[in-house]
Design a protein around this ligand. Structure first.
Ligand code: SDX
Length: 371
């Protein structure tokens, strides 16, 4: 009689390690980045300050922020070889493949690629963070037949990201909304893509390999790809009066409703109220409040039928649509933000490493003779 061991499929509920970077608390429906509530950070701190916090464990002093900002602005420009490589890629491949490829090539050219000292890891993390907006912006523009827009040193991270993407200066309300989304998406403990980055780091592979793998994991619609899928759902439904019928059909065909549910939060995602307020501000700003009717109708219908609540991707998708991003660019926006969390975890894993290698219960044929 084989002793049966408890299989935790999907590692659900398994505590795989400790981490000091963020705390996801489903009981209190809260999320702390290095001890600070994320909704307060989103309201009162820049994404640059939050990036520093995730990497260093403390909010920056004005001098530390100035030093990081200067370094970030120096590395915003897309190197010619990366630009040319992106322009070579088909315009009908998924933009997440462009992100993944760009990070891989950046790693191949990075002089510190194989240097895993804390100083080198931090420098590589900052360079990736600084240049990813240019990768994402160029990818959207090339698919629209538009030329590359070079970065501007006089704009902050978020304003420059929007400048490079749309070729015009975004209004302060839009910059503020976009910046809040970057803060909310930055870090979320051992989610699938972050855990992927830690698994890769645990073999002592390099930071770029870890981020490349994390991008692959984030692409999936059960994870980061959900924000893009939410917008596709909204477009398929069309208007609020069609939402309930659409949902009944979808549930009858056992479909997963994108933007709803979460492996850890079972009573709602702590980030949703803040991102929902951002969506409301954008809907008012652009005079497109009808999206809120559809949003609420589908949310209420999902609650009454399945008692499943939205996750961050549910408000984020329509918010990015209102700003003007192409739908397939939404998850690369998630990459540009989450690269801060991923690299913080790479550094934490490396500082107290143990090879991540679980076991499984074998259920194949018993040993037998080769004929
Ligand atoms: C992110 O982990 C993180 O922190 C991720 C993230 C981060 O910041 O990194 O928060 C970002 O990835 C958010 C999640 C984005 N994904 C989606 O929106 C895709 C749709 N959601 C589902 O696929 C699902 O909710 C998961 C995958 C997110 C979580 O699923 P679990 O924990 O594995 O739970 P489950 O799939 O086993 O569902 C339990 C039950 C099932 O019903 P039964 O089969 O038992 O009858 O709830 C149902 C599921 O069918 N269910 C859903 C549903 N989510 C759960 N049914 C319809 N639609 C859904 N969205």
């Amino acid at each position: 009689m084989t002793e049966t061991t408890e299989i935790r499929k999907g590692l659900a509920g398994v505590v795989a390690d400790t981490s000091a970077i963020s705390k996801v608390n489903p009981q209190t429906n809260s999320l702390l980045y290095r001890g600070y509530p994320v909704q307060e950070l989103a309201a009162r701190k820049s994404f640059e300050e939050v990036a520093y916090l995730l990497w260093h464990g403390e909010l920056p002093t004005p001098a530390q922020l100035a030093e990081q900002t200067a370094a970030e602005r120096v590395h915003r420009e897309l190197p010619d070889n990366i630009r040319d490589a992106i322009l070579e890629l088909p315009t009908d491949c998924h933009p997440m493949d462009v992100c993944r490829t760009a990070v891989s090539i950046l790693g191949a050219h990075d002089p510190q690629a194989e240097d895993s000292s804390p100083e080198a890891e931090l420098a590589k993390a900052l360079r990736l963070w600084a240049v990813l907006p240019a990768v994402v912006a160029l990818d959207q523009r090339r698919r629209r037949g538009q030329e590359l827009v070079p970065p501007r040193e006089d704009l902050g991270y978020s304003a420059n990201f929007l400048w490079m993407t749309f070729g015009e200066e975004a209004e302060p309300a839009v910059v503020q909304a976009f910046e809040a989304s970057m803060v909310l998406y930055a870090e979320h403990s051992f989610n699938a893509s972050t855990f992927t980055a830690r698994v890769i780091t645990s073999t002592l592979a390099d930071l770029h390999s870890a981020v490349t793998g994390a991008i692959g994991a984030l692409k999936g619609p059960l994870h980061g790809g959900a924000n893009e899928a939410v917008q596709a759902t909204f477009e398929e439904i069309g208007s609020a009066d069609k939402a309930e019928a659409w949902l009944d059909d979808a549930l009858a065909s056992k479909k997963k409703i994108m933007g709803f549910g979460h492996r850890v939060y079972k009573n709602g995602d702590s980030r949703v109220p803040t991102m929902r307020a951002v969506l409301g501000d954008l809907a008012e700003h652009y005079g497109k409040t009808e999206v809120l009717d559809l949003y609420e109708t589908l949310e209420n219908a999902m609650a009454s039928r399945k008692n499943i609540k939205p996750n961050l991707d549910y408000p984020a998708g329509p918010a990015y649509h209102l700003i003007g991003f192409d739908t397939n660019i939404f998850t690369p926006l998630f990459v540009a933000s989450r690269v801060t969390g991923w690299t913080a975890h790479v550094m934490e894993q490396r500082a107290a490493n143990s090879l991540i290698r679980p076991v499984c219960e074998y259920v194949g044929p018993e040993q037998r003779e080769v004929p």
